[in-house]
Write a protein of this length. Sequence first.
Length: 151
Amino acid sequence: MGISPELERKLAELRASGKSIVFTNGCFDLLHPGHIHQLREARAQGDFLIVGLNSDSSTRRLKGEGRPMLPQDARQELLEAIRYVDAVVIFDEDTPEALIREVRPDVLVKGAGYEIKDIVGAELVKGYGGRVHRVPMLPGYSTSELLSKLK
């Protein structure tokens, strides 16, 4: 998968004009207010937000059988409809490390449930002068909790 030539050109234009690129990632299975909160906060960290989206097979490996609830094309469409999101790139690996290497974001964003030492790509981004931002979680909103309530 990886980024498209069009996105590659867009990123070069943004960098040339001094704009900052932000990256976050996740499965985004069953979008909820916690996801919107994370995306809003991520976009506030820079000028252009790229969301790395776990593919169906990647989500299944991470979350188990029965997941994702929505296929990757539907999850991508929902994310692209959110005003804070500028681009969505699907990745098939278990982590977004290769995609982060390709994008080279100025800011890497994850939920505060992760310690910086556990955030994939944090050392890479900090190594070339970027920064890592942790977004506080919105209490009561996690896909796993919501699915548990549904059962």
